[in-house]
Design a protein around this ligand. Structure first.
Ligand SMILES: Nc1ncnc2c1ncn2[C@@H]1O[C@H](COP(=O)(O)OP(=O)(O)O)[C@@H](O)[C@H]1O
Ligand SMILES: [Mg+2]
Length: 229
């Protein structure tokens, strides 16, 4: 076991429980995630995967136990610091969550606008990230005119544009065909190589097998086992 000061650990969960009403979604979860890991959270529907991710970015709060991000204890974090915590994350959802009435460019630019970046910088950076995900030709398109795989590439661009330390992806390939899924995984691997910690929740065992990485197996809220990379 390492202590909270060990700088190779970016996330620690210590005896975490989460209940919704009387439904136990997570039960006594203790785990550590190292900086720059590529990690899967696996398990069947209802296992607690989404809940676990939500606890990391304060989409939900723990019922019991501790979550530490970069040594920051989330149960003690002040309201003022929550925006700084959120900036550590890029988040990708199964259903993309793009704004249909904004162009591709603006969907991605939003993140940097919220950070108060200058227009010139935003333009350069958005174009560069869209090039990385292979969508630079579609910057004036609107999301509903794109395929699912293309929309998810835009969502990846939006997730990474603020240079987050941690990328959380919740069933990122759940709505995609195999080829589009492969593209998304390749992109996640690219940002992993560039130094991000990647955490992917999925029930897709084949995807995990193909990709490799440590796997946290959840079942009905319990951490069933951890398999090494
Ligand atoms: N907001 C909520 N209110 C009540 N129950 C919830 C809520 N969110 C999730 N649950 C329940 O918690 C359990 C875990 O859900 P979830 O984390 O979404 O699992 P997974 O992502 O693995 O499918 C499920 O039984 C689910 O029905
Ligand atoms: Mg889920």
């Amino acid at each position: 076991m390492t202590d909270g000061k060990d700088n190779s650990t970016i996330i620690r969960m210590f005896h975490v429980h989460k209940t919704y009403g009387n439904k136990k979604a997570l039960i006594d979860i203790t785990l550590e995630i190292a900086k720059n890991e590529f990690l899967f959270i696996s398990g069947p529907s209802g296992a607690g995967k989404t809940t676990l991710l939500k606890l990391l970015y304060l989409g939900e709060t723990t019922t019991e136990g501790q979550v530490l991000i970069d040594g920051m204890n989330l149960s003690r974090i002040s309201h003022k610091r929550i925006p700084f915590l959120r900036r550590k994350y890029g988040i990708i959802f199964q259903d993309y969550k793009l704004i249909p009435t904004k162009t591709v460019f603006n969907n991605v630019a939003v993140v940097l606008e919220a950070m108060g970046k200058k227009r010139r910088f935003i333009e350069k950076k958005v174009k560069s990230v869209l090039r990385t995900v292979g969508m630079e030709e579609r910057l004036q398109a609107f999301p509903p005119s794109l395929s699912g795989g293309e929309q998810q590439r835009i969502a990846v661009a939006r997730a990474v544009i603020g240079d987050p330390k941690i990328i959380l992806a919740d069933e990122p390939t759940g709505n995609l065909d195999e080829d589009s899924a492969d593209i998304i995984l390749k992109l996640l691997k690219k940002f992993h190589t560039r130094g991000a910690t990647i955490i992917v929740a999925t029930h897709d065992k084949e995807l995990i097998r193909k990709t490799g990485g440590r796997v946290i197996h959840l079942n009905q809220g319990y951490l069933q086992k951890i398999t090494a990379a």
